[in-house]
Structure formats: C-alpha cells, structure tokens
Design a binder for this molecule. Structure first.
Ligand code: NAG
Ligand code: NAG
Ligand code: NAG
Ligand code: NAG
Ligand code: MN
Length: 291
C-alpha cells in the first residue's frame, strides 16, 4: 500500500516538474529593449488620457471646422462580432483579426467589415495573419503555426483598404499603415538590431495618423517583464510627430498616453487569453479640406 502511494506521488511530482520545465521554456526575447527604455523614460512625457463611456478621448472642433470621427480597434482575434463598434467616418483595425490567417476567417472578417457603415475602413495585418508577409522566413515560424494560414490572404479583404507600408489621404488627413514588429516566430517579424532600423523609413514625414501593429518602445508595450515595443518606431514617431499613433499587439496594455505631441492608442480588444474585454477607442481629427 505504502509503495503504491509512493509511486503515485512520484508520478504526480514528475508531472509537476515537467510542467515547470515547459513553462520555463517560454521564449524571452534576448534583445528586448527594457534597459534602453529605463534610460530613455526620464526624458519622455507620458500623460494618461481617459476615454468617456462612448470611448471618446477628445471632442470635435468647436469652431465649426469639418472633422473625421475615427474609431479604433485591434486584436479582435476572430471575435469582431462581439465588439460594439460605434459609427464614424473611419474605422481602423490595427491587426490580429484572425488567430492564424485561416481562409474562412478572412472571408468572415471581410464580410463583417463590409457591414459597418463607416465610409473608410483601414486595416493593417498583425503577427497572427499567417501568410500575409511575402518576405517571411517560414522556417523561423513557431512550430504550431507551420503550414497554417493563407498565402496572400489580404487579397480576400476586398471590402477594406489594406495598408502594408502604404498611405491613404482622407479629406486631407494623411494615414499610413505598416505591420512590422520585433516578436520572432511570426510573419512581419524583423530583427531588432539589423532590420528594424530600416523598417520605418517609408513612413511619410507628413503622416497625421500612424497605424502599426506593434507599439513603440515604452508606450503601452509591456508584456509581463518584456517590452515588446520597437525603439526605432519610437524614434520615428518622435521625429515625425503624427497627431495619433494607433496600435495593438500587447493585449493587456489597452489604453491611451500622450507625450504632448502624439496621442498613443493601444486599441487591443482582447484580454491576454484572447477574449473580448475592452471597447473601441474614438477620436476626432479636423480635416484639411477647406469648404
Ligand atoms: C464584400 O466583398 C465581397 C467579396 O469580394 C463582395 O461580393 C461584396 O459585394 C462586398 N460587400 C460590399 C458591401 O462591398
Ligand atoms: C531562414 O531561417 C533559417 C533558420 O533560422 C536560416 O538558416 C536561413 O538562412 C534563413 N533564410 C533566409 C533567406 O534568411
Ligand atoms: C523625411 O524627411 C527627411 C529629412 O528631410 C528625408 O531625408 C526623408 O527622405 C523623408 N522621408 C520620406 C519618407 O519622405
Ligand atoms: C504636457 O501637457 C500637460 C497637459 O496639458 C501639461 O500639464 C504639461 O505641463 C505638459 N508638459 C510639457 C513638458 O509641456
Ligand atoms: Mn493579438
């Protein structure tokens, strides 16, 4: 009897041990730029901006100037139907609308987007849109994701404006969208040291609203003990000073910060375990077209 109990306990122990070892294999980015941020943050402004019950973070111009109402969402992970999307002029999705870029999910997303009343629908891909990155080195893809996704899946997104290193001007307001990020094992991953510094050179200097999947370093980018944000993106935003920078990617950092030049919006809708838990973020921006 005793021996039997011992054997059971032994196997329970072995099971626990192997679980611990599995957890410790969790990939930590050896090039995460936490220490760099520690040295930068002293000289950076980070004011927390609140949203009201309608998700709005500012008000339309009060002097009668025309404006766009822009609604921001990100990281809906195949649950866009569970998000209450306010009406507006522009709807922005900053990536991760699927879990693995499945064809059926892309078609569903396209149809769901078509049903929204917004005149303009701007979409960038996230790291979960497998097959969207023509330059991906697929041998580096995470084991679970090998062979998944839809090559050139963005071609199915016929009811939205898909932006991959591209601009669109809406009533004089310049939008630019891009998907690169430094989280390895996924599409649009680029090496922090050798590739990331070149990734943002295409961002036009006159961008008013920048849309990326990743946050910039230090702004709503902390995942556990790692900072997933990109330092070169931070430098680019600080140089260009767009009025708004929209992103997602780090689910648990949904929120809004301002450095008094740019308003940073992490519009992720999902929780860490991929369930919808937040609401869209809304801002108003004056148009540059005189009537
Ligand atoms: C959405 O896309 C589908 C497939 O391309 C197309 O048949 C449909 O007409 C589009 N819907 C709208 C509202 O544009
Ligand atoms: C793709 O990744 C593999 C594994 O890291 C590497 O050996 C190979 O050189 C890479 N290919 C290219 C074209 O960079
Ligand atoms: C932005 O301005 C800089 C400095 O004038 C210039 O070198 C760069 O080419 C511009 N970038 C773009 C994308 O136009
Ligand atoms: C940034 O803006 C806030 C709120 O308007 C203001 O209190 C603060 O003094 C500003 N900081 C700088 C350095 O301009
Ligand atoms: Mn995501």
């Amino acid at each position: 009897m005793r021996i039997f109990e011992f054997i059971i306990r032994f196997f329970v122990f072995v099971g626990w041990l192997s679980q611990c070892m599995e957890a410790s294999k969790k990939r930590i980015d050896p090039y995460a730029e936490n220490e760099l941020w520690d040295s930068l943050k002293e000289s950076r402004i980070q004011n927390v901006i609140e949203k009201n019950e309608n998700g709005e973070i500012n008000t339309p111009p009060t002097d009668g100037r025309p404006y766009l109402k822009v609604v921001c969402i990100s990281d809906t992970h195949e649950q866009l139907d569970k998000v209450e999307v306010p009406d507006g002029d522009v709807l922005i999705h900053a990536g991760d609308f699927t879990n693995s870029g499945k064809r059926d999910e892309l078609i569903r997303f396209n149809n769901e987007m078509a049903a929204f009343p917004h005149k303009y629908k701007l979409v960038v891909a996230g790291n979960h849109e497998l097959g969207f990155d023509k330059k991906e080195n697929k041998s580096q893809r995470n084991a679970n994701d090998q062979g998944q996704g839809t090559d050139d899946g963005y071609e199915l997104l016929t009811n939205v404006t898909y932006l991959q290193d591209q601009s669109i001007t809406i009533e004089g307001v310049h939008f630019f969208g891009s998907s690169y990020h430094p989280l390895y094992g996924f599409p649009f991953y680029r090496d922090r040291r050798t590739e990331m510094p070149n990734c943002w050179k295409a961002v036009p200097n006159d961008t008013d609203v920048l849309i990326t999947h990743t946050p910039p370093l230090g702004y709503l980018d902390q995942f556990g003990e790692e900072r997933w944000g990109c330092k070169d993106l931070l430098y680019t935003v600080e140089r260009i000073q767009p009025a708004f920078h929209i992103f997602g990617h780090v689910h648990e950092r949904h929120g809004i910060l301002s450095n008094n030049q740019t308003t940073f919006i992490n519009a992720a809708q999902c929780s860490r375990n991929n369930l919808i838990q937040t609401r869209p973020i809304v801002f108003y921006i004056p148009t540059k077209v005189s009537l």
